[in-house]
Design a protein around this ligand. Structure first.
Ligand SMILES: N[C@H](CCC[C@H](N)C(=O)O)C(=O)O
Length: 288
């Protein structure tokens, strides 16, 4: 593998660039991440995944949002990373563990097509509703059905961590303009010290929900794995769904399974878009 080699892969239209820390000769500073993720001055991406060493799991992963902030976890990012690990021969096993800042997860390659991983499932860990641990500044132990005023709107919010923080709002109808207008205001609201990912969710049945996503540090995205896990957990907590929930997003669908002890499992597709090498000129600019 060349120096500064990257792979660009999408999971339901949520795209990430994967780099191997051992093979990069530039520093992934906040400015470098913003530049690489910018479609005009860089490659363009919803985030960056960096393969790093781990002494607790088979592989280590760091996840960066396009604004340069670091995320504890990413569901689509994890499936994309696992595909990279399998496709590029870092392991021949179909099951392995990955350490993220938001905990260690177990991944399983479920379907292989032409020798490449296509469907992957990840045991994402436990959904955590404890408001301080999410974290939120609400004084109640759990933030389920709490009121949050944002300008002219009064939202009823439900907060959960699946390794990273989420704020789920149940809706009768989903409106893209509304999440684009209010998403950032909720993300950066004073109640959320580490900012927060935001979802609007419409329940379709006991086994299906449709969602829109506003991601912390990224904005409106077509799909999000941890968002799907967060919504399914909140809907289960409110007893609006059963243990298996199909989450429909603008970019596609994920299957989320919630065990009675709040262990969350996510299964879905991943497809590679391109692979290549960053140019010397870009590296020169990144190292400036
Ligand atoms: N923006 C998220 C990380 C990416 C999550 C998303 N892309 C996913 O698939 O889970 C955060 O700051 O927590």
């Amino acid at each position: 593998m060349n120096e500064n080699y990257f792979v660009k892969t999408h999971a339901l239209g949520n795209e990430y660039l994967v780099f191997n820390e051992e093979k990069t000769n530039f520093k992934l500073t906040q400015k470098a991440i913003q530049r690489i993720c910018n479609v005009n001055f860089g490659i363009g991406s919803d985030g960056i995944l960096l393969k790093v060493p781990s002494n607790k799991a088979d592989f280590g992963l760091r996840i960066f949002n396009p604004d340069g902030s670091e995320a504890e976890k990413s569901g689509n990012g994890l499936r994309i990373f696992c595909k990279y690990i399998y496709d590029y021969g870092f392991t021949y096993n179909k099951e392995f563990s990955v350490e993220t800042k938001g905990g260690i997860v177990k991944a399983k390659i479920i379907e292989i097509s032409n020798g490449k991983a296509k469907i992957i499932s990840v045991e994402m860990g436990k959904a955590n509703f404890h408001s301080k641990e999410i974290p939120t500044r609400f004084t109640k132990t759990e933030v389920i059905g709490e009121k949050l005023n944002i300008q002219d709107k009064e939202y009823e919010i439900n907060c959960v961590s699946v390794g990273n923080p989420h704020c789920v709002i149940l809706k009768k109808e989903l409106n893209i303009d509304e999440i684009k207008q209010y998403g950032h205001l909720i993300e950066t609201n004073n109640y959320f010290p580490n900012r927060i990912n935001v979802q609007f969710a419409k329940v379709l049945s006991r086994s299906e929900a449709e969602i829109l996503i506003w991601e912390r540090g990224a904005g409106f995205t077509l799909a999000s794995g941890t968002s799907s896990c967060a919504v399914a957990s909140v809907l289960r907590k409110r007893n609006l769904v059963d243990n298996e929930v199909k989450i429909k997003m603008p970019g596609g669908e994920l299957l989320i399974e919630i065990e009675d002890n709040w262990n969350v499992k996510m299964t879905g597709e991943v497809r590679q878009i391109a692979a290549g090498t960053l140019s010397d000129e870009l590296i020169e600019d990144l190292n400036k």
